[in-house]
Design a binder for this molecule. Structure first.
Ligand code: ZN
Length: 265
């Protein structure tokens, strides 16, 4: 079976270790994978994963352009296996121009991480950024939820979707890391919402995982590992332990994401 991972972070070789270590610190995790494209491909393919959405989030607006350049180049280096998402920041000066540029250069959306990027999802500048995304039919893969910070609260995501109804978002970590129940209560059933399974299944029981997936609807869920936070084979094992039918697994492991990407303008 094709397995398609919607959530993989990659960094230029020269800074990968530093970038991965700083994420590890934020989540108090020991990062033992390098975060390079070659490491992702070798570990992922060894686990049976054949396609990967690669991304990275710019901590500051000044880094947006160079990170997007890196992702454009990385995704183009292996189009058979890689789909690229760029990044954006609400403080970026010419949001529309940069979104047009990344789209013309083959990227399919952007990755945002409000807790690293220090903006609240429903800030007025962020709303303007989401409007620019929606106008272009570009989806955002967004880190949502962290019980320690207010930035990416699911309730704020819900407010954004009320204000920008055409926006398509993939809310990572089953809609809200560490706040899973609050997340599905706010976000399940909304037409612009998809979620991924990354960085969640280690913290909840397989029954809870399947229950949350069913709250969103099996058609609304993508498999993701959040590499290099987690090893692809470990995340895949956690996913396969969920009490789901083969048909449900097939959808989440690749069919939903293929359909989603094909539907983008
Ligand atoms: Zn992420």
């Amino acid at each position: 079976m094709t397995i398609f991972d919607v959530h993989c972070h990659v960094y230029p070789d020269a800074i990968a270790k530093r970038a991965a270590d700083s994420i590890g610190e934020f989540y108090q995790l020991n990062m033992h994978m390098s975060g390079t494209l070659s490491d992702l491909l070798s570990r992922g393919q060894a686990a049976g994963i054949s396609r990967f959405v690669i991304n990275s989030a710019a901590v500051t607006a000044s880094r947006v352009h160079s990170i997007n350049d890196f992702l454009i180049q990385a995704a183009a280096s292996d189009p058979e296996h890689l789909v690229g998402f760029g990044t954006m920041h609400p403080d970026y000066e010419n949001i529309g121009g940069e979104l047009d540029r990344i789209r013309q250069n083959g990227l399919h959306g952007v990755k945002l991480h409000p807790d690293f990027q220090h903006f609240c999802l429903d800030d007025s500048k962020a709303i303007a950024m989401f409007e620019a995304l929606a106008e272009r039919g570009l989806p955002a893969l967004i880190h949502t939820g962290d019980h320690r910070y207010p930035y990416s609260e699911p309730a704020r995501m819900a407010k954004v979707l009320d204000k920008v109804p055409d926006l398509q978002v993939i809310c990572a970590h089953l809609g809200g890391w560490s706040v899973w129940t609050e997340a599905w209560k706010e976000l399940a059933g909304r037409p612009g919402v998809w979620v991924d399974t990354s960085s969640s299944l280690y913290a909840i029981t397989p029954e809870e995982g399947a229950d949350i997936i069913h709250r969103y609807g099996v058609d609304r869920v993508f498999f993701g590992t959040d590499y290099p936070m987690w090893a692809p084979d470990d995340e895949l094992k956690r996913f396969m332990a969920l009490p789901l039918t083969d048909e449900e697994r097939e959808k989440i492991l690749h069919a939903n994401l293929e359909q989603f990407l094909a539907s983008l303008k």
